[in-house]
Design a protein around this ligand. Structure first.
Ligand code: PLP
Length: 483
């Protein structure tokens, strides 16, 4: 029999019990499954069922086919990419949200969701130490927030005519960002029609890998001389590869003096700004026009939840709002329709999980989690730097650093060192106790260590240290670079 709201109650309980067991048992599972392309696909029938199947059978297949093929992002020893935390309280909120299943595009389609969104984003603004005057909206992802900001740069530079006239014949716009920004910036530049050749990548310098502010000034001046239209600047706080961070104070001062719209991408690092001692990383942010960070990365509000703050919502709305008759709200003034602040019309009710999270843990509880991660990443960093033949490539930025194995015999042989480190990360990930990912720093293949899983404990940092030491020692005992 197919499911109705009576049987839903039984299965809702089953799902909740399953979820709690799954999370309690995660530490005993490998973080990443053995990678066998096509295995799951082969286990799923090629055609859809004509007749309803029993929920018992569907659930069993979920457990037998799907779960063993998942990478466990909520695993306490997930040290890859950046975290994508889902605090239990946020999961409960999402259960409720998906039960109500509202479309929150307009105030009148979801009055409580809209008003809560405004309130919790203002709570977050205060939590981050951003000044009054910033207004927030929840976007689905940092990629969307950055696209919205780049479109605003475009419209503002074209005197709000770009949407109407298109870009042809309007002169070439330029956007400036460091060479270390995330690929979502490239894509926003593509999609906005500004074009990749007009994303001016400013070189970075020093251990923070922040952009060279003099080079930024020089690039803008040169572009003006050559007839380009400088439109915007995108600042980077906690870049994905190695945590690259710009001197926002200086860079935004230059950009603003040149009349540019400024957007800051702090997708990962922004969560840490609830701790006053880390706010030096984004000093100057209060001067930005637009700032994005993802509570769905580190803070614990499950994906998707990207907090986008703007100093002047009018510019965003002028860029994105469109009001056909069927979307007009009659008889209500002074309301916000958040779909006018974002690219998709349809919107999920994302504010509830933030509200639950902030109330259920308090800023102080969340600060403790962030501080623990930073300190445990520091512990792993110190242990790795003391291991024979290990080199720290980039120092910790919050809870992220990069390293690689450099045995004496292979020093100077770039290709052999890259191959050795590829073997190291593959062996670590096949072992399954921890999960790491790689990046390239100055052309070298290096390994990232990024701590941030919601359930991580100090014992998980200790496990990471012993796994890395053990597997690196095995590889070097086998002759280091011998392929
Ligand atoms: N910016 C940075 C620095 C990131 O690390 C990421 C993702 O890891 C993004 C932007 C894109 O975030 P989203 O997946 O929310 O679009």
């Amino acid at each position: 029999m197919s499911m109705d709201w009576d049987t839903f109650s039984t299965w809702g309980h089953r799902a909740a019990d399953w979820a709690a067991d799954y999370h309690r048992g995660l530490r005993d599972r490998p973080v990443r499954p053995a990678l066998e392309p096509g295995k799951v696909r082969a286990a799923i029938p090629d055609s859809p069922p004509e007749q309803a199947e029993a929920m018992e059978a569907i659930f069993k297949d979920f457990e037998d086919i799907i779960v063993p093929g998942m990478t466990h992002w909520q695993h306490p020893r997930f040290f890859a990419y950046f975290p994508a935390n889902a605090a239990p309280i946020s999961v409960v909120a999402e259960y409720l949200v998906s039960s109500i299943a509202a479309q929150c595009m307009l105030w009148q389609t979801s009055p409580a969701a809209t008003e809560l969104e405004g309130k919790v984003l203002d709570w977050l603004r205060q939590g981050l130490g951003l000044p009054e005057g910033f207004s927030g909206v929840i976007q689905d992802s940092a990629s969307s927030a950055t696209l919205a900001a780049v479109l605003t740069m475009r419209e503002r530079a074209l005197n709000w005519q770009g949407n109407k006239q298109g870009l042809a014949g309007n002169g070439r716009l330029r956007v400036y960002a460091s060479a270390e920004v995330h690929s979502s910036i490239d894509r926003a530049i593509w999609i906005s029609g500004i074009g990749e050749e007009n994303l001016v990548r400013i070189p970075t310098q020093g251990p923070s890998r922040g952009l060279d502010v003099e080079a930024l000034q020089g690039a803008i001046e040169l572009d003006r001389l050559e007839g380009f239209i400088p439109a915007g600047f995108i600042g980077n706080v906690g870049g994905t590869s190695a945590g690259a961070t710009d001197d926002l104070q200086a860079a935004i001062a230059v950009a603003k003096a040149e009349g540019l719209y400024t957007h800051v991408d702090a997708a990962w690092a922004g969560s840490a700004m609830i701790c006053p001692e880390f706010r030096h990383y984004w000093e100057g942010v209060e001067q930005a026009d637009s700032v994005v960070f993802n509570p769905h990365k580190w803070l614990g509000a499950q994906f998707d939840c990207s907090a986008h703050f703007v100093a002047d919502p009018e510019s965003l709305v002028k860029t994105l709002a469109i009001q056909p008759e069927y979307l007009k709200t009659q008889g209500a003034d002074g309301i916000i329709n958040y779909s006018e602040w974002s690219i998709p019309l349809g919107r999920r009710f994302r504010a509830l999980k933030l509200w639950f999270l902030l109330r259920g843990h308090g800023l102080e509880g969340l600060r403790t989690m962030i501080r623990n991660h930073v300190s445990w990443a520091g512990k792993v960093h110190d242990a790795i730097s003391a291991m024979p033949a290990m080199e720290i490539v980039t120092p910790p930025m919050l809870s992220l650093f990069t390293f690689r194995l450099v045995p004496e015999a292979l020093r100077g042989d770039a290709a052999a060192l890259d191959a050795l480190n590829m073997r190291l990360i593959e062996a670590v990930n096949n072992d399954g106790r921890i999960y790491l990912t790689q990046t390239k720093i100055d052309g070298k293949f290096v390994i990232r260590f990024s701590a941030g899983a919601w359930t991580m404990e100090e014992q998980d940092a200790d496990t990471a240290i012993s796994v890395i030491a053990e597997i690196a020692a095995n590889l070097t005992d086998q002759g280091g670079g011998a392929a």
